[in-house]
Ligand binder design. Sequence first.
Ligand SMILES: *[C@@H]1O[C@H](CO)[C@@H](O)[C@H](O)[C@H]1NC(C)=O
Ligand SMILES: *[C@@H]1O[C@H](CO)[C@@H](O)[C@H](O)[C@H]1NC(C)=O
Ligand SMILES: *[C@@H]1O[C@H](CO)[C@@H](O)[C@H](O)[C@H]1NC(C)=O
Ligand SMILES: *[C@@H]1O[C@H](CO)[C@@H](O)[C@H](O)[C@H]1NC(C)=O
Ligand SMILES: *[C@@H]1O[C@H](CO)[C@@H](O)[C@H](O)[C@H]1NC(C)=O
Ligand SMILES: *[C@@H]1O[C@H](CO)[C@@H](O)[C@H](O)[C@H]1NC(C)=O
Ligand SMILES: *[C@@H]1O[C@H](CO)[C@@H](O)[C@H](O)[C@H]1NC(C)=O
Ligand SMILES: *[C@@H]1O[C@H](CO)[C@@H](O)[C@H](O)[C@H]1NC(C)=O
Ligand SMILES: *[C@@H]1O[C@H](CO)[C@@H](O)[C@H](O)[C@H]1NC(C)=O
Ligand SMILES: *[C@@H]1O[C@H](CO)[C@@H](O)[C@H](O)[C@H]1NC(C)=O
Ligand SMILES: *[C@@H]1O[C@H](CO)[C@@H](O)[C@H](O)[C@H]1NC(C)=O
Ligand SMILES: *[C@@H]1O[C@H](CO)[C@@H](O)[C@H](O)[C@H]1NC(C)=O
Length: 718
Amino acid sequence: MARYLGIATALAATGAFALTPEQLLSTPRRGVADPSPDGTIALSSISQYSFEKQSSKRGINLIDLNTGKISDSGWNSSEVSEYQWLPGTSTGIIYINGTGENPGGVSLWIGDVKKPNGSTKVAELDAPYSGLKVANTSSGDLHFLVNTLAYPNGTAFNPETAETPRSSARFYSDIYPRHWDTWLTKQRYNVFAGVLSSNGSYSLAGKGLRNLNHGVNYTATQSETPVQPFGDSSDYAISPDGSLYAFLSKAPQLNKANYTASYIYLGAFASSEVAVAFNGPDSEAYKAGHQGASGQPSFSPDSTKLAYIQQDEDFYESDLWQLYAIDVAAQSGKVSVSNWKALSAGFDRWVQGPLIWAHDGESVYGTAEDYARVKIFNFPVSGGSDFKPLTSNTTVSSYSLLPDSSILVTASAIWTPTEYYTLSNGTKKSLFNAAEVDKNLVGLSSSTVSEIFYNGSDPNLKQQLHAMVVKPTNWVANKTYPLAFIIHGGPQGSNANGWSNRWNPQTWADQGYIVVAPNPTGSTGFGQYLIDAIQGNWGSYPYEDLVNAWKYVRDNMDWIDTDNGIAAGASYGGYMTNWIQSNDLGNEFKCLVTHDGISNTQGAWATEELWFIRHDYNGSIWESDAYDKWNPMNHIANWSTPQFVVHNTLDYRLPESDGLALFNILQARGVPSRFLNFPDENHWVLNQENSLVWHTEIFNWINHYSKGTPLDDVPIGN
Ligand SMILES: *[C@@H]1O[C@H](CO)[C@@H](O)[C@H](O)[C@H]1NC(C)=O
Ligand SMILES: *[C@@H]1O[C@H](CO)[C@@H](O)[C@H](O)[C@H]1NC(C)=O
Ligand SMILES: *[C@@H]1O[C@H](CO)[C@@H](O)[C@H](O)[C@H]1NC(C)=O
Ligand SMILES: *[C@@H]1O[C@H](CO)[C@@H](O)[C@H](O)[C@H]1NC(C)=O
Ligand SMILES: *[C@@H]1O[C@H](CO)[C@@H](O)[C@H](O)[C@H]1NC(C)=O
Ligand SMILES: *[C@@H]1O[C@H](CO)[C@@H](O)[C@H](O)[C@H]1NC(C)=O
Ligand SMILES: *[C@@H]1O[C@H](CO)[C@@H](O)[C@H](O)[C@H]1NC(C)=O
Ligand SMILES: *[C@@H]1O[C@H](CO)[C@@H](O)[C@H](O)[C@H]1NC(C)=O
Ligand SMILES: *[C@@H]1O[C@H](CO)[C@@H](O)[C@H](O)[C@H]1NC(C)=O
Ligand SMILES: *[C@@H]1O[C@H](CO)[C@@H](O)[C@H](O)[C@H]1NC(C)=O
Ligand SMILES: *[C@@H]1O[C@H](CO)[C@@H](O)[C@H](O)[C@H]1NC(C)=O
Ligand SMILES: *[C@@H]1O[C@H](CO)[C@@H](O)[C@H](O)[C@H]1NC(C)=O
């Protein structure tokens, strides 16, 4: 390690280090540090792609929480697909072994983290369950939850043993045929509960697993947990004493393409009664106007309270997320709730998970994005939080509370993919920083990163707007670098001080650019007003804000060459590059890059989450004039800047026809343009070999138009 650090310093001094796409894509990807119940060690996953071997090596690491020393745990991660610490032990784990004896099934094992070869199988399961959550009970039995796809009759679905249908037909009589990258089938994800009875050793009790979603009545939307496509085991919870469970599922009376609303269902673990939503249409919370999506059900240490987050509006996915708590108790198989209260009233940021109760049950920790960082906050149950962040200049991806109440944090920044640190009474102690250890990253440091503020275009906006600025790693003073103007997606998202494997600001900067990554109207982390102000205004405020940001750079940062700048963006950022192409700002760039972005607003109705476009465009396609007003297709006559178009086949959020139409028009009009497609990628490019082509071809394009380097004639991977 010391040797690498020495080399890094030398390289930085000579300006030699630059983060290449190969280095970005083949550096280890490290998971969340998950501490043992006694807080002495933590486990974290690691995977590393090798371009030589064309495969990833995976493992499970052990982190010593006193020294930060990381070692291989010895566990075989191709067998251990996920693990949980065994409550009440110091080194016990319970895990899912992906190689069960049943075809297509998995098995549950209990072992000791220090003895990778000494575990015992406790259950064989007949479907590919995942998302294990476990509680120990006073009887010594373990209660657990897992999830998998299930048939409408509640039986778990095992794709390996299921009969192959004779026809490939897909047939739908209601809205929502497909979502993200998957065509919907009759199966839905459901949560299942099981008991491992303890009698000297553990074994699966009774009739096996019980489907907790089955029996939840619906008129429009069948119960499903986790909510697809991004839901995970944080969509359900088991109380620490094992007596209660909670899961969230979309509003059963509302059509799920049109609404985001979801409710949290509570049930008594030992009862066969079907769970009931406590924040559904009959509840106090609902009547008080809190009718949107719910999330992150989390029980207090004494199992008497539940914290959760919820939005107010039932079809606005970017409404303010607020934190609530409610008392819960089980009586003869039914769960009663009382004392519902808001814990984040007055906090103008989105409260997000993980939600973790303080050991004394008097407050709840959560995260929130704030000025381009994700920070940890604490919310007392008695109210009166000062909403002061506990962390500062990192993007927190997860955290845990240790027995002494210090916090173990997993975070990233533009200059590091992973930092593990503890916070004790406000003091940060770094345990591990990947940028100091992983050899692909040894030149990275925070010295390349800064931020700027400029005026917004909305006259009612009460604050300045923000942008991240990233210099090349080998930046030297008294030299100018062309501008790379990177526009984020969402539009309710942000350009933040965090690591990304897909749009990594340092990798772009290290092609010899100054990356300016603005947060215009619509961006998250700067208060709800800025988020809400984009509704019906996709092409106005955000565009004018970007013009202001660009002018700010031109007029105030003479070390940035705006004459040879480029602009790039994905999703909404792709729409915006198309809108820039359609308007005057397009003339200020040497070229544009559009990844999976809308070129025809009318075409956006081929999307899946109709609530999104309906909200953002102020109504349905036949109701609102916003579609026509902000449609790049209405400005084809202005399209003249060379443009690189990426659009992937499995992108059901925004079908590839949109990118093809854009490319065909550019070609037909003689505007230099290229089209890159991955038949096996969705809205994102995830495969490392694909991502390398993506980076190589895009960088070849921008370097040609910005710096005059030759354009390749035969793109790789052609
Ligand atoms: C890990 O497990 C896989 C699947 O069981 C097996 O093929 C492989 O040999 C194991 N690796 C080691 C190092 O034991
Ligand atoms: C579970 O709790 C029971 C009762 O407190 C205790 O006897 C048992 O050791 C615990 N089991 C584990 C695995 O911690
Ligand atoms: C996983 O299960 C397979 C098949 O039962 C077994 O051979 C292997 O030892 C198990 N691995 C672990 C880590 O439990
Ligand atoms: C565990 O088993 C693997 C493969 O069977 C072996 O290579 C390894 O040395 C064993 N580890 C221990 C700690 O016994
Ligand atoms: C549920 O439906 C599936 C698919 O039709 C079938 O294989 C399974 O046996 C059914 N389960 C029950 C309990 O009827
Ligand atoms: C527990 O194990 C003992 C000895 O194996 C057996 O006699 C007893 O019936 C078991 N109890 C239960 C509840 O399974
Ligand atoms: C669901 O509807 C059926 C039929 O109307 C009814 O018998 C059952 O009690 C309902 N279940 C719940 C959980 O409301
Ligand atoms: C979709 O939601 C809007 C707003 O709540 C409502 O006016 C409209 O009727 C809904 N359409 C359908 C098909 O549910
Ligand atoms: C934090 O400070 C309190 C009061 O000074 C002390 O009791 C506690 O042990 C400290 N906690 C840690 C983790 O250092
Ligand atoms: C975060 O770190 C960067 C890089 O050191 C620095 O430029 C910036 O001012 C810091 N921001 C805050 C809010 O501390
Ligand atoms: C930004 O806004 C402030 C306050 O309204 C104003 O004084 C200043 O001139 C504006 N700057 C630019 C570049 O327009
Ligand atoms: C860089 O520019 C500054 C200000 O223009 C000047 O003072 C300094 O001498 C220059 N340094 C070099 C190495 O040219």
